[in-house]
Design a protein around this ligand. Structure first.
Ligand code: NAP
Length: 296
C-alpha cells in the first residue's frame, strides 16, 4: 500500500490562515498588529531572499515588519546595540537576526542577547533552556513545524516510539526535546540517533514515527523503515539534476520512492517540512505579541 503524503504546503497554509484570523482578532481587541523586526547584516544574496520572504509572509497575515540593513563592515558593538534597541522597543514583538553574520562577528553572543519573549526563532540558549526545563516560551520553528505536521495529520506522538536521526541544535535536539515533553502533541518515547549510532537501521526500524534531519540524501533507505511507520523528512539537499534547467533539484534524506511503499505516511521534499518553518515563525511572532500584551 502506498503511503499517505503529508502535505506540508497545505498544512502551512492552514497554520497561516489561523494566524491571520488570530492577528485580526488581536488587532480588533485594541492591540497594535504584531511587528517582526529582522536584522540583516551584509550582502549575502540568499539571506536577502530569505528575509524578503519572511517579511512578505508577516505582512500577508496582517502583521507589520521591517528590516534593519547593516553593512558587512558593521562592528560587533553596532550589531549588539541594534539588538538592544529592539529588545527595549515596545513596538517590536519579535526579533530575528538573520544567520550567518559576517565572519569575525561573535554570532552566538549576538543571538544570546535577544530577549526570550522576542526570540521568534527560538534558538537562543535561554529559549532552548526553557524547552529543556519543560516550559518552552518560543519553540524553534522547524521542530514546531514537524510537530504540527504530525498532529494535524492525525499522528499524535503520545506514547509512540519516535526516532530522530540528527542531533543538531537547529533541528535534531530541539525536535527530540519537544516531542518528549509531558504535553499535548508530545509525550513520546524519543531516541536520538547520530553518526556515532552503532546500527542505525536497527534503531530506525524501532520507530513508529521516524524524523530524519541528517542533511544527506538516502541516509534512510526503505529497508530501514518499520512497515507502517510515519516518516517526516527534514532534509533539504541540493543535488545535481542535469535534466533540469537550473541544473539541480531538492531532495530529502529519505529514499522517498521506495520508502513510500513501506511507510503508512511520509512527507515529501520539497513540499514537506520546508513550508512549515515560515508558518511557525509567524505563529511565534503572534505569540510574542500576545506575551508582551499580557494576553498569551
Ligand atoms: P547538521 O547540523 O549538519 O546536523 C546533521 C545531524 O545529522 C548531525 O547530528 C549528524 O550527526 C547527523 N547525521 C548526519 N549523517 C548521518 C548518518 N549517516 N547517520 C546518522 N546520523 C547522521 O544539519 P541540520 O542543520 O540539523 O539540518 C539537517 C537537514 O535538515 C539539512 O538537510 C538541512 O538543510 C535541513 N533543514 C531543513 C529545514 C526546513 O525548513 N525544511 C530547516 C532546517 C534544516 P553528528 O552529530 O554525529 O555529526
Amino acid at each position: 500500500m502506498t503511503a499517505q503524503i503529508i502535505d506540508g504546503t497545505a498544512i502551512a497554509a492552514a497554520v497561516r490562515a489561523e494566524v491571520a484570523e488570530r492577528v485580526a482578532s488581536f488587532v480588533a481587541s485594541g492591540h497594535r498588529a504584531p511587528h517582526l523586526s529582522v536584522v540583516l547584516v551584509g550582502d549575502d544574496p540568499a539571506s536577502h531572499t530569505y528575509v524578503g520572504m519572511k517579511g512578505e509572509a508577516a505582512v500577508e497575515v496582517g502583521m507589520t515588519s521591517d528590516t534593519l540593513l547593516m553593512p558587512a563592515t558593521a562592528t560587533f558593538e553596532e550589531i549588539m546595540a541594534t539588538v538592544a534597541r529592539l529588545n527595549a522597543d515596545p513596538n517590536v514583538s519579535g526579533i530575528l537576526v538573520q544567520s550567518p553574520l559576517p565572519s569575525g562577528i561573535d554570532e552566538p553572543a549576538v543571538m544570546s542577547s535577544i530577549r526570550v519573549e522576542k526570540d521568534v526563532d527560538g534558538l537562543t540558549p535561554a529559549s532552548l533552556g526553557r524547552l529543556v526545563q519543560g516550559e518552552p516560551v518560543m519553540v524553534p520553528c522547524t521542530p514546531a513545524g514537524v510537530q504540527q505536521m504530525l498532529v494535524r495529520s492525525g499522528f499524535d506522538p503520545a506514547g509512540k516510539n519516535v526516532v530522530v536521526v540528527g542531533r543538531s541544535m537547529l533541528v535534531g535536539k530541539p525536535v527530540a526535546l519537544l516531542l518528549g515533553l509531558r504535553a499535548a502533541g508530545a509525550n513520546a518515547t524519543v531516541t536520538i540517533a547520530h553518526t556515532g549510532t552503532r546500527d542505525l537501521a536497527a534503531v530506525t526500524r524501532e520507530a513508529e514515527i521516524l524524523i530524519v534531519a541528517a542533511g544527506r540524501p538516502n541516509t534512510v533507505t526503505a529497508d530501514m523503515i518499520r512497515p507502517g511507520a510515519v516518516v517526516i523528512d527534514v532534509g533539504t539537499n541540493r543535488v545535481e539534476a542535469p535534466e533540469r534547467k537550473s541544473g539541480f533539484k531538492l531532495t530529502g534524506d529519505v529514499e522517498f520512492e521506495a520508502a513510500k511503499e513501506v511507510a503508512s505516511a511520509i512527507s515529501p521534499v520539497p513540499g514537506g517540512v520546508g513550508p512549515m518553518t515560515i508558518a511557525m515563525l509567524l505563529s511565534n511572532t503572534l505569540k510574542a505579541a500576545e506575551i508582551q500584551a499580557g494576553t498569551a
